[in-house]
Design a protein around this ligand. Structure first.
Ligand code: HEC
Length: 450
């Protein structure tokens, strides 16, 4: 097993700290990819029309993107590496074995992307519009767009693999990955197309709002900016929906069944129509605010620009949440559970016990005795449950077992992956270990009575 000393995030839990970082990263990275394409189009338009004012507006939008991409984007990107390493070393270990060289190439392409962005941004002022040097400068933004799209292409291959690994094992045992099949997994191309267009839409929404802000008193430029970026946004909707549908078709049926639950939380599961209402509400917000801005660019209030950003941002956040949720109980579909246990190891763990395989376990806890039973149970909780639960905080296991006696808990642990909670991996271990975990969980109950 690929193991690390136990890291348990109190109160917030693993899911939350990772989600917080990842969502911020998704906003910025998609703004960077979509923004590079949108800016290249805007530059083309400005140069073709020799439009100095529109060129200046593009520069201001670029300035915002530059700060976001280099500061927040790069920082949260590194944050993801730190988080995955302490949160789920087994999963990142598995992904690295398959995607090592692709990630290595991605890292180089990412550096090229950043260098081109720096060069493009820093030399802008010295290559004014109307001079021959501007044409050469334009090539930088095209290079930047190509490089940032390529980083997305590689990362989506890895994300797609987690959802639909496809036929990626070339042999049964010893298992050898088929590198090409893992790259060409079924959801790669549809999800790449889907993300490309939603990144463009997201960046266009940002550029529309920024045109509003930076347009200032110059209403002509504001109008030009809003109209130009709105057209890009509208043209991208149909391809995004097309790729989105193709992408959806690739999801395993069990994942499709979890879609509604992914949009809302389990507490609201009794009202599945809420999922549709929330989504439609956000879509309406985007449509109405963007239509308002498009039709009345000079009159539309700042609120419309803000609503457009909020609505499209919330839709992206919702999409990422659903994609993460429906993959459960797996972290790599069909191959590894969310708690880092490989599906193929389950029979062995159930027969010989989890404790025998655990690396970071005090030696005196390897053998269960009446005295150490609760302590062993706590370790088993840490090994198998801490990925999604906390003791007292978000998705608290203490609240989940509230009022249950030890036999009930023991019984429920045997049914974690039942149809009522298909997103939980089954418990891995012997009956004795399962009883130890129940003995520990029931002590949490005693706490809450005090
Ligand atoms: C992949 C994430 C994940 C893992 C790993 C996980 N759980 Fe859960 N568990 C959940 C989610 C999500 C819920 C539902 C929370 C809610 O009700 O909103 C849940 C609910 C529960 C419940 C309440 C079930 C009910 O009938 O209401 C219990 C008990 C529970 N988990 C125990 C465990 C134990 C014990 C482990 C470790 C052996 C574990 N879980 C591992 C995600 C997970």
């Amino acid at each position: 097993m690929f193991d690390f000393p136990i890291f348990a995030m109190p109160l917030f839990g693993h899911r939350f700290i990772f989600a917080f970082d990842a969502i911020v990263h998704v906003f910025v990275s998609h703004a960077a990819v979509g923004g590079s394409i949108v800016l290249a189009l805007a530059q083309y338009f400005a140069i073709k029309n020799n439009d100095r004012k529109f060129d200046e507006l593009t520069y201001k939008i670029l300035f915002t993107l530059f700060i976001l991409a280099t500061a927040v984007g790069a920082l949260t990107g590194i944050g993801i590496w730190v988080h995955v390493n302490i949160i789920n070393p087994a999963a990142i270990g598995a992904l690295l074995r398959v995607f090592f060289w692709k990630w290595f190439v991605e890292w180089i392409v990412f550096n090229v992307e950043m260098i081109l962005l720096l060069m493009f941004f820093l030399t802008w002022k010295s290559k004014p519009i109307g001079t021959p040097a501007k044409a050469g400068h334009f090539k930088l933004v095209v290079g930047y767009a190509v490089a940032s799209w390529l980083t997305m292409a590689i990362i989506t291959a890895i994300l797609g693999f987690q959802m639909t690994p496809g036929n990626w094992l070339a042999s049964e045992f010893p298992a050898k990955p088929d590198y090409l099949a893992s790259l060409m997994n079924p959801s790669w191309l549809p999800s790449l197309g889907f993300r490309t267009f939603f990144a463009i839409i997201w960046a266009s929404a940002g550029a529309i709002a920024l045109s509003w802000f930076y347009g200032g008193d110059d209403l002509e430029t504001r109008e030009k900016g809003i109209r130009f970026f709105s057209k890009i946004l509208y043209l991208s909707i149909i391809p995004m929906l097309g790729f989105g549908y193709w992408y959806y078709l690739q999801f395993p049926q069990a994942a499709k069944d979890l879609f509604v639950l992914g949009v809302i939380t389990r507490r609201l599961a009794a009202n599945p129509q809420l999922a549709v209402q929330v989504t439609l509400g956000l879509v309406t917000l985007v449509v109405v605010s963007s239509a308002y801005l498009f039709l009345r660019p000079k009159k539309a209030p700042m609120l419309a620009a803000l609503a457009l950003i909020l609505g499209s941002g919330a839709l992206i956040g919702e999409f990422e949440r659903v994609r993460e949720f429906v993959r459960k109980p797996y972290i790599i579909y069909g191959y590894m559970y969310a708690n880092g246990i490989r599906v193929q190891d389950m029979p062995l763990l159930n027969k010989e016990g989890y404790l025998k395989q655990a690396v970071f376990l005090p030696p005196e806890l390897r053998q269960i005795t009446p005295e150490n039973k609760v302590k062993v149970g706590e370790y088993l909780y840490l090994f198998e449950c801490r990925y999604c639960h906390t003791v007292n905080g978000i998705n608290s296991v203490k609240t989940r077992v509230k009022g249950w006696d030890e036999p009930t808990i023991y019984h429920r642990i045997g049914q974690l992956n039942s149809p009522a909670t298909p997103y939980m991996p089954p418990f891995a271990g012997t009956d004795e270990e399962r009883a130890a975990l129940a003995a520990y969980l029931v002590t949490l109950n005693a706490d809450s009575k005090n």
